[in-house]
Design a protein around this ligand. Structure first.
Ligand SMILES: Nc1ncnc2c1ncn2[C@@H]1O[C@H](COP(=O)(O)OP(=O)(O)OP(=O)(O)O)[C@@H](O)[C@H]1O
Length: 300
């Protein structure tokens, strides 16, 4: 379990993380989302003691990570996959890491196999592709069998096979009762793997909610309407809080009204409907709706 208590980080004038409090629970995958510069990496770095916190606390299994007797066994972290000594082979990199906590070749080879790097175990890590580097970073995170995993953009650079592999791995790690905190900007991927969401914007928590509740309560889903009488129907639907968008003549998407209401209005005026289809909200649409006002860096 990870507990953030009024966790704060200031860089000069910039309040990067602004008194965040949250509990990241075991047994589920928690997705950590937020626009660029929201403070995700800074929060993760503070949890694992790479950044000094300005105030508040970040507790891992009840105490600050830096006080853990065997840090590697407390949290497995993948923050920057390039942070390996490129001159060493993948196996030697893991052996050196394991040696600090009494882990030997057997466990190293086991972990190399589990991430699919056995065949290249003796190649220098510096020659690895982005995806292979990610796999090695994940191997390092898993090495000491930690109960807490923190992974910053773990699918970065992975091919489809790698993405599917990591999806299954994260689900399995959570099912084993571990705490899994995962950041990614890939919403479709996050929707498939995360059970819970912690969303931040400009250093503050915007939502701490289960994936199902977040999508279910989002009003970002719409209703697609196709009608030969669209010109007459559209003005009848106009009201406060209702938006209509149309990219094609005779077809538009309505937000803010249910399909039932639209159908009733059309029927009440004798207008024909050729299609009336609710479109479920996705994590992407719900997320965009929530973070619209807290995007710091937006293209003009
Ligand atoms: N070492 C630093 N010195 C000064 N400012 C920093 C430093 N590291 C981060 N920041 C600032 O703190 C804020 C939060 O940055 P952070 O990298 O944590 O965001 P993020 O949510 O991880 O973003 P991204 O999705 O782009 O990786 C940003 O405004 C960033 O510019």
């Amino acid at each position: 379990m990870i507990e953030l208590q009024q966790l704060t980080k200031r860089y000069g004038d910039k309040l990067a993380v602004d008194a965040i409090s949250a509990t990241i629970r075991p047994g589920v995958v928690t997705g950590f989302l937020g626009p660029n510069g929201a403070g995700k990496s800074t929060t993760m770095r503070m949890i694992i003691g790479l950044d000094r916190l300005t105030s508040g606390a970040a507790l891992v299994n009840g105490r600050p990570y830096v006080e853990a007797p065997v840090p590697l066994a407390e949290i497995g972290a993948l923050l920057d996959a390039k942070a390996v000594d490129g001159g060493r082979s993948a196996r030697n990199h893991l052996l050196a890491l394991g040696a600090t906590v009494g882990i030997g070749p057997r466990r190293v080879d086991e972990v190399l196999a589990s991430v699919g790097l056995t065949e290249v175990a003796h190649k220098s890590a510096g020659s690895f592709s982005l995806g292979m580097g990610q796999r090695l970073g994940i191997a390092a995170a898993l090495l000491a069998d930690p109960a807490v995993l923190i992974l910053d953009e773990p699918v970065n650079g992975l091919d489809l096979d790698g993405i599917q592999w990591i999806r299954a791995l994260l689900t399995e790690l959570a099912q084993q009762g571990r705490t899994v905190l995962l950041s990614s900007h890939l919403m479709s991927e996050m929707q498939l793997v995360a059970d819970h969401l912690l969303i931040i914007g400009q250093g503050r928590i915007l939502a701490d909610i289960s994936m199902d509740d977040f999508i279910e309560h989002s009003t970002s889903g719409g209703v697609v309407v196709a009608s030969p009488d669209a010109g007459a129907l559209a003005p009848l639907l106009a009201a406060d809080g209702v938006t209509l968008t149309s990219r094609q003549a005779g077809r538009f998407e309505v937000r803010g009204l249910t399909a039932d209401t639209i159908g009733d209005i059309a029927a009440g005026h004798g207008l024909r409907l050729h299609e009336l289809a609710p479109v479920a909200a996705s994590l992407e649409s719900a997320y965009l709706e929530l973070t619209r006002d807290s995007v710091e860096y937006a293209a003009a």
